[in-house]
Design a protein around this ligand. Structure first.
Ligand SMILES: C[S@@+](CC[C@H](N)C(=O)[O-])C[C@H]1O[C@@H](n2cnc3c(N)ncnc32)[C@H](O)[C@@H]1O
Length: 333
């Protein structure tokens, strides 16, 4: 199996034996999955896929003991998240552990040199090709707490806790604002509500404050942690679950599902999770239960809603975003 992504194509031509290494936040690439090694990722779908192939995988929010022969950090699109990974690795793994950092040149990998220097970690360039670069260093203790990256901001009278790499980092999304403006008039006063793709927990916290019983789900471990912190910061209750759409959820039915669904995977358009959210919603709703979601007006959700529910209505349309509601017919199972 040859490497599929440019970063892995660069790694494939190295002479280093990476088999005992820890792969940190890599892209999906079957070559990598066959190389062996352990995965460290906040992405629930990546963790599940790695484990299904028999590999060992850890989330940075679990307390697993890690003692790899070396660490390969795949530099993420969000630079601040890359810095967080570096600080986390330095705080959790043995000083002296070999560290390689790889990334695409257009994704800002060259800034890594400055970041490593600022942390007092030496660095040398190992290779570059496929518009990617690979640097080598070693982990050491540094005097900065990775938890310092958590920030709090105010929106809708709530304290929202966020982190680099969590959607909308530090501000309320315009689509979410339009969705919130519709929810008061169409949601019941009590019952169980699912917030699918919870991000920093704005919808979950808003709904919990209104007295609803909340389950919030996100595939991104940073978002799960952010939502837990948001609920706690506002003294609100709710279940928060690290799950790829419905995959990790108990078989529970909801009076409503609300969502500002994702439509990007890294830089590419990807309707996969939103498609699974809509197609699976009738099975997760009580009879008479409703799916309410906001989306950019150009996204092809009307067809998906029609197919899953046999109809839908548009609650709001400001030309940029639309809020859709689809109701599960009473009498259907
Ligand atoms: C557009 S953001 C909305 C965040 C938040 N609800 C808000 O309104 O600000 C979509 C969220 O869906 C999450 N997400 C992406 N793919 C997912 C999947 N397969 N399963 C669950 N959540 C997913 C993303 O991590 C992101 O937090």
């Amino acid at each position: 199996m040859s490497a599929e992504t440019p970063v892995c194509q660069l790694l494939e031509r190295q002479s280093t034996d990476y088999r005992g290494w820890l792969w940190v936040a890599p892209p999906r690439d079957r070559w990598l999955e066959e190389e062996g090694g352990r995965l460290l990722s906040a992405d629930r779908a990546a963790l599940s896929a790695w484990r299904e192939r028999g590999g060992e995988a850890s989330s940075p929010f679990a307390a697993d003991e890690l003692a790899p022969e070396g660490v390969m950090l795949f530099w993420p699109k969000a630079h601040a998240q890359g810095e967080w990974w570096l600080l986390w690795l330095c705080s959790r793994l043995a000083p002296g552990t070999p560290l390689h950092v790889v990334g695409e040149n257009q994704g800002g990998i060259k800034r890594v040199l400055k970041v490593l220097a600022a942390l007092g970690l030496g660095c040398r360039k190992v290779d570059s090709a496929r518009r990617c670069s690979l640097f080598a260093s070693r982990l050491d203790r540094v005097d900065i707490d990775p938890n310092a990256a958590w920030t709090t901001f105010e929106a809708e009278g709530l304290a929202l806790v966020s982190h680099p790499g969590v959607f909308g980092h530090g501000k309320l999304d315009d689509g979410t604002r339009l969705l919130l403006a519709q929810l008061d008039s169409c949601l019941p006063r009590q019952g169980a509500v699912l917030d699918m793709g919870c991000g920093d927990g704005i919808l979950a916290a808003w709904l919990s404050r209104r007295g609803l019983s909340i389950t919030a789900v996100d595939v991104n471990g940073f978002a799960v942690e952010a939502t837990r912190r948001t609920l706690a910061a506002n003294d609100l209750a709710g279940e928060v679950c690290h799950s790829d759409v419905y995959a990790g959820l108990a078989a529970q039915r909801f009076a409503a599902i609300v969502s500002n669904p994702p439509f990007h995977q890294e830089r590419a358009l990807d309707y996969g999770p939103a498609g699974r959210l809509i197609a699976g919603a009738p099975e997760r709703l009580e009879p008479g239960g409703q799916l309410i979601l906001v989306a950019n007006a150009f996204l092809p959700y009307p067809d998906l809603l029609e197919r899953a529910f046999g109809g839908f209505e548009i609650l709001a349309d400001d030309r940029r975003y639309r809020v859709y509601r689809a109701v599960k017919r009473r009498g259907s199972s």
